[in-house]
Design a protein around this ligand. Structure first.
Ligand SMILES: [Zn+2]
Length: 167
């Protein structure tokens, strides 16, 4: 193999997702069902962290947005477990000969507090991405009472991810 082909390559990806919150919907964050009277209103299970995460991988690979791969009018994806979306994108990543180096998530939510669920959320992401636990960062914050997140009408997440080529 030539030196050109074997050179390690890094690709960065970013995405954000937002969903409205509705009464009697499940609040799903990184595969964890968080007890709360309100949850994401969405075609799938609405897991904003998994959606931002999956789309950031697509971004790193320049493979378009999540809506192109999972149209929100597709009956097959109704109430879909968003872990399946992450697995689909991870498969595309492996086919492109990349793996995840590390990921940094930010979730914006006025309430409830997420600290009791952080360990499980990070574990789920490290499992889905097949990377060590200490390569997953999740930060959470409120929106200080302003905007749709601050008014408890929505939950938002961003994901920044670094991929590394494999041979
Ligand atoms: Zn979404």
């Amino acid at each position: 193999m030539s030196q050109e082909n074997s050179r390690l390559e890094y690709r960065i990806g970013y995405s954000r997702d937002i969903h409205r919150l509705g009464l009697n919907r499940k609040l799903m964050l990184a595969g964890v069902h968080i007890p709360y009277p309100f949850g994401e209103i969405a075609h799938s299970d609405g897991d904003v962290i998994y959606h931002a995460l999956a789309e950031s991988i697509l971004g790193a690979l320049a493979l378009g947005d999540l809506g192109t791969h999972f149209p929100d009018n597709d009956p097959d994806t109704e109430n879909m477990d968003s872990a399946l979306i992450v697995r689909y994108v991870v498969k595309l990543m492996k086919e492109a000969h990349y793996k995840v180096n590390n990921v940094d998530i930010f979730v914006s939510l006025e309430s409830p507090k997420l600290k009791d669920y952080m360990g499980q959320m990070k574990y789920n992401i490290s499992f889905e991405l097949d990377i060590p636990y200490d390569r997953v960062s999740i930060k959470a914050g409120t929106n200080e009472g302003v905007g749709p997140v601050g008014e408890k009408l929505a939950v938002e997440a961003t994901s920044t991810i670094m991929l590394k080529s494999i041979d």
